[in-house]
Design a protein around this ligand. Structure first.
Ligand SMILES: [Zn+2]
Length: 242
């Protein structure tokens, strides 16, 4: 069989789509919670105990974000579903939002603020059905250039890493996406394993070393001149003062 064909988008997509196998189902799932008041880590655990959620065996991570939000990572979809249901019952919780059973979160980054939600939805539509979108802001309320698009998993084909809107290139990333290098823009490897980038880095390192050597060997001419000039000025002023 042809190699290029085996790793095509549609083939990889088929492996990642819900088809009754455990592969996608067993992946960890994020659940975002917004609390009514700021809670300490221990207080969140206490709340989970009260809700009878076995967090020690069902959570792989809990990350608290600035403000009232925490992201809890459940080991699989079943644990995440249970967590969402229980948290919704807690009097301390304002809102629970996460990715549903048949949904997938796609992070679009390097998005300038003038890009409209409809424009992003339009490019995504070629590959999957977008359900909702979030503009990500930092704790000062300033956009970070990232947007989260929730898409319907069952309708999806793989979304390429690079998306174009007019002359703006955006990056799309999600769990299970085939690898693609953000440096040389070639599919099949990630930036960390880019041979071209490695070669460039070696070249830069060589250039840097030779530049440092050059600088050590000869002080540039204008610098010499200023030193001499300064000395002259110093002498003159001394002379004038006397
Ligand atoms: Zn590369």
């Amino acid at each position: 069989m042809d190699n290029a064909q085996t790793s095509s988008y549609s083939t990889v997509a088929a492996q990642n789509l819900p088809s009754g196998n455990q592969f996608w189902y067993d992946r960890q799932v994020e659940v975002h919670v917004k609390f009514k008041t700021p809670l300490k880590r221990e207080e969140i655990y206490d709340e989970l105990v009260k809700l009878h959620y076995d967090f020690k065996n069902k959570l792989s991570a809990m990350i608290q974000l600035p403000g009232l939000i925490a992201t809890l990572y459940a080991y699989n979809r079943e644990s995440a579903k249970q967590l969402r249901q229980l948290l919704a019952l807690s009097p301390k919780v304002q809102e629970v939002y996460g990715v549903g059973e048949n949904e997938l979160k796609v992070t679009i980054s390097r998005v300038p603020p003038q890009i409209k939600e409809e424009e992003i939805a339009q490019v995504i539509k070629d590959f999957a059905e977008p359900l909702r979108m979030n503009i990500i802001k930092d704790k000062y309320g300033i956009q970070t250039g990232s947007r989260h698009v929730i898409i319907k998993r069952s309708t999806m084909q793989h979304i390429p890493r690079f998306l174009k809107i007019g002359n703006v290139t955006l990056l799309a990333r999600y769990e299970g996406q085939p690898s693609c290098c953000e440096y040389c823009r070639t599919e099949g490897h990630e930036r960390e394993n880019c041979k071209e980038l490695e070669r460039k880095r070696q070249l830069w390192a060589q250039k840097k070393t030779s530049k440092i050597l050059k600088e050590e060997l000869n002080i540039p001419f204008p610098l010499k001149q200023t030193i001499q000039k300064d000395k002259r000025n110093l002498c003159k002023s001394k002379y004038n003062q006397d």
